[in-house]
Design a binder for this molecule. Structure first.
Ligand code: SME
Length: 155
C-alpha cells in the first residue's frame, strides 16, 4: 500500500465512522465500532483497542484482536507514556521501548493516541502490529482525527 493509498483509506474510514456515529453519542458504542472498522481495514493491525482511565488505573475497554492485559501496570509502558505526555507515540520496535508492557509476545510495533474530552485525557487508543515499523505519520494523522469523533456530541 502506498502512502497515498493509506491516506485515502483513513479518509474513507473517517467518513464511514462519522456516518455510523450519528446513531449514538455513546462512547462505548463508538469505540467498539471504531475498533471493529479499523481492525478489519488494515492487514497490519494485530490488536486494535482502547484503555480507559478509571480511578487512576488504565483498564482495557473495547478492542479487537487477541486477549490483552485487563489492567496496565501503573506508570509503565507505551500507553501510560501517551497518557502522561498527552501525545501520540509511535514505537517502531517495542523491544527497544523501556518498560514496554507486553500483552502478547507477537507484537513488534505500536502506536498510541490519547483520547481527550475537552482538555482532559480520558484514555488511549492503542494499536499493535506483528511487524516492526508499521506505523508512520499517516497513521498518526488518520487516527488522531478518528479519536476526536469518540466524544463529539454530533458528527
Ligand atoms: N504495549 C502496551 C500495553 C497494551 S497492549 O499492547 C494491548 C503498553 O506498553 O502500554
Amino acid at each position: 500500500m502506498t502512502k497515498e493509498q493509506k491516506k485515502e483509506r483513513y479518509d474513507r474510514i473517517f467518513q464511514q465512522l462519522e456516518t455510523l456515529f450519528k446513531k449514538t453519542a455513546d462512547p462505548i458504542a463508538r469505540m467498539s465500532t471504531a475498533a471493529a472498522v479499523l481492525h478489519h481495514k488494515f492487514s497490519y493491525y494485530f490488536w486494535t483497542g482502547f484503555y480507559l482511565l478509571k480511578h487512576g488505573e488504565l483498564i482495557v475497554a473495547a478492542y479487537q484482536g487477541p486477549v490483552a492485559c485487563l489492567v496496565l501496570e501503573r506508570n509503565k509502558g507505551v500507553c501510560w507514556a501517551g497518557i502522561k505526555e498527552k501525545k501520540t507515540i509511535i514505537v517502531p520496535d517495542v523491544h527497544k521501548f523501556p518498560g514496554h508492557l507486553s500483552c502478547d509476545d507477537r507484537s513488534r510495533s505500536e502506536i498510541v493516541v490519547p483520547l481527550f474530552y475537552g482538555n482532559e485525557v480520558m484514555g488511549i487508543m492503542d494499536i499493535d502490529s506483528k511487524s516492526f515499523n508499521s506505523f508512520d505519520e499517516i497513521d498518526q494523522a488518520g487516527l488522531e482525527k478518528i479519536v476526536k469523533l469518540i466524544f463529539k456530541e454530533e458528527t
